[in-house]
Ligand binder design. Structure first.
Ligand SMILES: [Zn+2]
Length: 80
């Protein structure tokens, strides 16, 4: 299992933020990838679906926001 950080491009402030949860994937992407690209031909991992439904605080504006666009959500493998 590899640990991944989940980041998203924020519609509120156009910055990239952490979604606040790391996830573990078997056979995840070897390098940074969007959810849209990586899960193009397979079902999106249930952990990610759950995270996408959760609103995240934008540190730039202080508003709660969420991102449903699969091309604006990124998985980055963490080495530890
Ligand atoms: Zn933001």
């Amino acid at each position: 299992m590899t640990k991944y950080s989940v980041r998203f491009s924020c519609d509120e402030c156009s910055q990239v933020h952490l979604m606040g949860h790391d996830i573990f994937l078997e056979n995840g992407p070897a390098s940074k990838a969007t959810i849209g690209d990586f899960f193009a031909d397979t079902e999106i991992d249930a952990q990610l679906v759950k995270i996408m439904r959760t609103k995240t605080l934008c540190p730039g504006t202080g508003n709660l926001t969420s991102q449903q666009d699969l091309q604006k959500i990124f998985l980055t493998p963490l080495d530890d």
